[in-house]
Structures are given as structure tokens and as C-alpha cells.
Design a protein around this ligand. Structure first.
Ligand code: GAP
Length: 460
């Protein structure tokens, strides 16, 4: 197939104008690094969560999904080290006052350096060397690095004193760790087993977000998989493969995916190994899609010590007690969705014109089926005969505006795999025309056979 390279901005403009994503609080001028999902993006996110859930949770006897709170006891974040260490290295250009993350700026201008493993002092030395320039004004003079706390603070209760300060969780993972004992006890879970969730996380990102790639409020789908110490590398390899299988399953282009192992210098001190799956986003280049981290017993150990609770596991095979070790596959839902949308976007030349078409995996597409009455005179009959039937099984859209050609184009541009057209003959022959998004081929199908026909198409 012909390799096409579309500009990131061209794709995101399409996503905004067609209803996948909107700038947040747009009527007030928006708010940086914050986006709202429109009806199409929301449907697609729901489908993606469901496929993730089916792949990792419902088909696995020993993975338990929970829904922990966003605001947790602040001692959680003291225990994990987030209050002390969850910082971004910030610098300002002394001339134009633009603000950047020092590590991002160095990465962009000196890609040969292993920036992720550098300390604050090492980053500062490079920033002050005169070799890094401001992308806005070209000058090379920056303020020294300041560490900027990325957790959002708020207060609970009626007073706003220090004692009532709480944080919006910067990762969903800690809700899983603090519930280790609850899940193990109530579900009578035996190692190895996992706890997972899907939910919002919040980070006070201060640098440009590249659309939904970096947001202040985003969704994560995380698993903490607990096992007997010593099995770390076996389970790390297992989860690397599982995650790769998942990103292949949802149809991401294999040529735009790669594993990136963190170098020993980059690893957190408690981690035995960490690996990202990266995706090559148009214009932006390679970026982290998700991460798989070996976290040993660091989190459970910290929570056990700081809460004074016994979080050990009693292994009935030999009556030993220990803190399980953990592998953490952590997916960012928004980055996954963005990668899928970038992959799917296409502009195809046709005999007389061209069409935008989103070749989204059929099960992930915002709408599975569009119902198109050929004339307004047919709206009631089409609704009566088709809406209930189709919408019981698929997310459906009922579109009555514009010529049929325009409606086909509109559905192609949002990735609807099948259009079902109800015409005047349908009143007589109880049949409809089904049009395929990708081939644009049309087939006449009896309404009584329609659901079986669609089922076959969605599962081929
Ligand atoms: N519990 C581990 C953890 O949170 P992370 O690498 O910081 O690890 C995991 O985040 C995933 O969450 C990333 O791979 C990415 O997909 C997503 N993510 C992180 N920060 C994000 C942001 N500001 N906007 C959108 N997605 C983000």
C-alpha cells in the first residue's frame, strides 16, 4: 500500500471539526492542555475501554477490576515519594519568557543524549552551555532549572489549612496498591493475580501538549500484577508480549510501533526493568504510548511501612510470608486513541474527487452503522424498520441531511464501517442497500437477513 504522510495538524483539525475532540471551555477561549471529547471520541473511547477490558480482565480468571477514588489520603503520596519527587524541570527563556521543560528541549535539540537518565544538575549544565536555543526566539539564555510540583492540590472540608490539603491522583496505580489486601482477602485471590482499573489521572503539565498527547487530565488503564519474588523477569516478558498483542489486536500499524527498553541509568532505583511501547505519531515522531514497569515490592513496602499495616501475603504452598513483587502495564487511553486516529486517517483520490476516510477498526469505530433514508418521505419507515433492530446491537446514527453522496462522504470521514440505505424499493422488497466504507461496494440485503449479514461483516 502507498505510504502516506499527513501532517499532525491536518489530522487534528479534522478530529476537531468532525466531533471527535473539542477544545475545552472553547466559548471562553479554551484552557491549555485540556480537551473535551465529542460524541465520536467518547464512543470510541468507550469501545477501546471495552476491548481492553475483554482482553485483559474478562478473559483472565485472576485479574480483578476495581474503581478507586481520585482523591486519596495524602499520606499515600508521602509514602510513594510523589510529594517529594514528582517534579518537572522548568526553565524560562530570559528574552521572550517562553516556558519549557528542560529535558524536552534538550531531547529535541540533542537527540543523541540519554536525557531521561540525567540529574537536575546535569540538565542545568547543558541548558546553561549556550548550545540549546529557545524554539520561539532563537536566543540561548535561560533561567536555572526550577523543580515544579506536578500534582494538583485542593482542599477538603471547610478549612483551607495545611491539614486539609489533598491531591488529585497523578496515576491510578496507587489506588490498586492500597487495595491489595482488600482484593486478595475478599476475592480469596492466590498469587499470581492482578488488580486493574480505568480512570482519570491529573498532572499539572505546563509545556505544550501536542493535542491529546499530553494533557492535564487524562485516562489511564493500569494493571498491577502481583507474584512471588524472583519471578520478575518471567512476568516482565509475559506482560511485554501481552501488551504488544493488544496493540496489534486493535489494528495499530506494526511499522509505527517499537519497544524502547529504559537504560539502567534511566530506571527508578527500585525497578529491575522498564520498557515503553512507542508509536511514531505524524510530525511529532516517536512518543510513549504505554509503559511496562517492573516495580519489585517498592510500593507495597512503602505503604506497609507508612500505614503500619501488614501487607504481606501468606503463601499456602510453604506457609511463608512475603510482600509480592509487581509488574505494571500502564496504558494511556488518550494516547492510544490518538495513535489509532492518526493511523486511520486517509485522503483517497477518486475518479472525480477525493474523500477523507478513517479506516478505523470496525469494532472501535464511533458508529458501527449509519441508517440513511434516501428521502425525507422515508424517515418514519426507516426509523420504524431499522433503528430498533440495528441500535440494539451497534452504536448507530440516523442521518437524514444532504444528498446520499454527501452522507456517504460524511460517514467515511468519521469511520462508520457500514451505511444502510433505505429507499423507495425498500417499502416493496423489504431490502436495504449496505455500503462498505473501505471498498465503497454496495449490496442489496433483505432486512430479515440484515443482522446476520452485519454480524458476519463485523467478525470477518
Ligand atoms: N503508574 C505508572 C505511570 O503512571 P507513566 O509513564 O507516567 O506511568 C503511563 O504514565 C501512561 O499514561 C503513559 O504511557 C501515557 O500513555 C499516559 N500519560 C502519562 N502522562 C500523560 C499526559 N500528561 N497526557 C496523556 N497521557 C499521559
Amino acid at each position: 500500500m502507498e505510504e502516506k504522510n499527513f501532517e499532525f495538524e491536518k489530522i487534528t483539525t479534522h478530529l476537531i471539526t468532525s466531533g471527535f475532540v473539542y477544545p475545552s471551555s472553547e466559548i471562553y477561549g479554551g484552557i491549555s492542555n485540556t480537551w473535551d471529547y465529542g460524541p465520536l471520541g467518547t464512543n470510541m473511547k468507550n469501545h477501546l475501554k471495552e476491548i481492553w477490558r475483554k482482553h485483559f480482565v474478562s478473559s483472565n480468571m485472576n485479574i480483578f477490576q476495581i474503581d478507586p477514588a481520585i482523591i486519596m489520603n495524602p499520606k499515600v503520596w508521602e509514602a510513594t515519594g510523589h510529594i517529594a519527587n514528582f517534579h518537572d524541570p522548568l526553565i524560562d527563556c530570559k528574552y521572550c519568557h517562553s516556558r519549557f521543560r528542560a529535558d524536552d528541549l534538550i531531547k529535541a535539540q540533542k537527540p543523541e543524549l540519554e536525557v531521561d537518565s540525567f540529574s537536575k544538575d546535569e540538565l542545568n549544565t547543558i541548558i546553561q552551555s549556550g548550545e540549546i536555543s529557545c524554539p520561539k526566539c532563537g536566543k540561548t539564555s535561560f533561567t536555572p532549572i526550577r523543580q515544579f510540583q506536578m500534582m494538583f492540590k485542593t482542599t477538603i472540608g471547610v478549612t483551607e489549612d495545611k491539614a486539609s490539603t489533598v491531591y488529585l491522583r497523578p496515576e491510578t496505580a496507587q489506588g490498586l496498591f492500597v487495595n491489595f489486601k482488600n482484593v486478595q482477602r475478599t476475592q480469596r485471590a492466590k498469587l499470581p493475580f492482578g488488580i486493574c482499573d480505568i480512570g482519570k489521572a491529573f498532572r499539572n503539565e505546563i509545556t505544550p501538549g501536542n493535542f491529546t498527547f499530553r494533557m492535564r487530565e487524562f485516562e489511564q488503564m493500569e494493571i498491577e500484577f502481583f507474584f512471588k519474588p524472583g519471578e520478575d523477569l518471567k512476568w516482565f516478558e509475559y506482560w511485554k508480549n501481552e501488551c504488544l498483542e493488544f496493540v496489534n489486536k486493535i489494528g495499530l500499524d506494526k511499522n509505527k510501533l517499537r519497544f524502547r527498553d529504559h537504560s539502567p541509568k534511566e530506571l527508578a532505583f527500585y525497578s529491575k526493568a522498564t520498557c515503553d511501547i512507542e508509536y511514531c505519531y505524524p510530525t511529532l515522531g516517536w512518543g510513549e504510548l504505554m509503559g511496562i514497569a517492573s516495580r519489585t515490592n517498592y510500593d507495597l513496602d512503602r505503604h506497609a511501612k507508612c500505614s503500619n499495616q501488614d501487607l504481606t501475603y501468606l503463601d499456602s504452598s510453604d506457609n511463608s510470608r512475603y510482600l509480592p513483587h509487581v509488574i505494571e502495564p500502564s496504558f494511556g487511553l488518550d494516547r492510544l486513541l490518538l495513535a489509532l486516529l492518526c493511523d486511520a486517517y486517509d485522503v483517497e483520490k477518486l475518479a472525480k474527487d477525493e474523500r477523507i476516510v478513517m479506516h478505523i477498526d470496525k469494532k472501535l469505530a464511533p458508529y458501527g452503522v449509519a441508517i440513511l433514508p434516501l428521502s425525507n418521505k422515508l424517515n418514519d419507515s426507516a426509523r420504524e424498520k431499522l433503528w430498533g433492530l440495528i441500535s440494539a446491537e451497534y452504536d448507530a446514527v440516523f442521518d437524514t441531511t444532504g444528498s446520499i453522496g454527501k452522507r456517504y462522504r460524511r460517514e467515511d470521514a468519521i469511520g462508520t464501517p457500514y451505511c444502510v440505505t433505505f429507499d423507495f424499493d425498500s417499502l416493496e422488497d423489504e431490502s436495504v442497500t449496505v455500503r462498505d466504507r473501505d471498498t465503497m461496494a454496495q449490496e442489496r440485503v433483505k432486512i430479515s437477513d440484515l443482522m446476520k449479514y452485519l454480524y458476519t461483516k463485523f467478525h470477518e
